[in-house]
Structures are given as C-alpha cells and as structure tokens.
Design a protein around this ligand. Structure first.
Ligand code: E4P
Length: 217
C-alpha cells in the first residue's frame, strides 16, 4: 500500500519524506488555507515546492465547478510539474472533466467520494485515483472502511485500474484496516504514519538491551 501524507505543511512533508516511506502528497483548499497559502500564484508555487520535496504524486485540487473552467484550471495545474495529479470533485461536470483529462493523458484524483456508485463513475471516466473519505463517513456514524471494501470488490470484478486512495484517514488503525482491506493508497496525517512505529514492548525491549550492554562495557 502506498502512503500519501494529507497536508500542505512543508515541514511535515519533509519529515515524512525523510522517514523514507512516503509515496506522495494530497492537498485540498482547506489544507492550503490552514498553512496560510492564499492567492493563485502563491498556491501554484506551493504545489511546485511540494513536488520538489517528494518523489511521488502530488494532488492539486481545482476550485472551479464548471466543466470548461475545470479543464482550464486542471491543464494549468498539470503543466506545473510532472508529479501533479489533478484533483476533481465528484460532481457531474467533474466526471466529464475526468474523462477529458484521462483522454489527454492527464492523471486525476476524484475527490469527495462517499458511495460505491460515485466510485464506479470515477473509474469509468478514467480517474487514476478515487478518494473515498472514510473519516468523514465515520463522523456521521457510517462505516467508512466498509465503503473501501465494497469499492475494492467492484473494482476487482472488472479489473478497473483506478487506484483506491483511502482519504480522510484520521488515525493509525485506519491505516492498518485499509491495508487489510486492500486499499491501494492511504492518505493521512503524519501522526497516523508515525503511530505505526509505536509498541510498548519495543520501547521496554530496547531499554533492556541498552541497559544490559552498559553492564557488560
Ligand atoms: C483527501 O484528499 C482529503 O484532503 C482529506 O483526506 C480530507 O480529510 P479530512 O476529512 O480529515 O478533512
């Protein structure tokens, strides 16, 4: 399973990259705003800065909701860097835009996906990634992981090449459960990735090894 980090914070992206397990980055307009990145030129520059830190795919989201505007915006984003994947919302014009981009060889990430039907449409339109938001489903008492399982089943039935990018991952157990189910990618905060490191027996075992080494030296 690929690990993407879901942030626009350059320090956290660097930290995850230095850990050596990072495969890409996802951003969204809220994450950009959180870092104080505003204004078109600053936003475009920030995407390039992110691409220069990581080796993998970097999702950059369109703001337009109109087909023609999405095409214009997406083409501009795709021109920025070869690592850019154009993030397009799951709306009618978005599906048309994904098909257009797919025909042109521009890779897309279909975002704000909350149902199997939406995931099926994204795959048929040729999205490179589909992003079901599992945390936001959990927030409204709906099983987000179950959606990942169902999409996995549907995509496997027809050998769709669209990768399932489990998004809105909130914690380490989400990461582990997504791996068990067979999500192709997960995107989450640095804390969810670093949580995988932790085990009290590792800490106590290491402390004992170091203590015993000191006794003998
Ligand atoms: C996905 O690409 C989104 O940026 C993200 O995962 C949304 O997560 P949230 O529900 O924690 O805001």
């Amino acid at each position: 399973m690929k690990f993407f980090i879901d942030t626009a914070n350059l320090a956290q992206i660097k930290e995850a990259q230095e850990l050596g397990v990072l495969d890409g980055v996802t951003t969204n307009p809220s994450l950009m705003a959180k870092e104080g990145i505003t204004g078109r030129n600053n936003i475009l520059k920030h995407y390039v800065d992110i691409c220069n830190i990581v080796e993998g795919d970097v999702s950059a989201e369109v703001i337009s909701t109109d087909y023609k505007e999405m095409i214009k915006e997406g083409e501009e984003l795709a021109e920025l860097h070869e690592q850019i994947v154009v993030k397009v919302p799951m709306i009618k014009d978005g599906v048309k835009a994904i098909k257009y981009f797919s025909d042109k060889g521009i890779r897309t990430n279909c975002t704000l996906v909350f149902s199997c039907g939406q995931a099926l449409l994204a795959a048929k339109a040729g999205a490179a990634y589909v992003s079901p938001f599992i945390g936001r489903l959990d927030d409204i008492s709906t099983d987000g992981l179950n959606l990942i399982s169902e999409i996995r089943h549907i995509y496997d039935n027809y050998a769709f090449e669209t990768q399932i990018l489990a998004a809105s991952v909130r914690h380490t157990m989400h990461v582990i459960d997504c791996a068990k189910i067979g999500a192709d990618v997960m995107t989450g905060p640095l804390s969810a990735i670093e949580g995988l490191l932790k085990h009290p027996l590792t800490d106590s075992g290491l402390a004992k090894f170091l203590e015993d080494y000191k006794k003998g030296n």
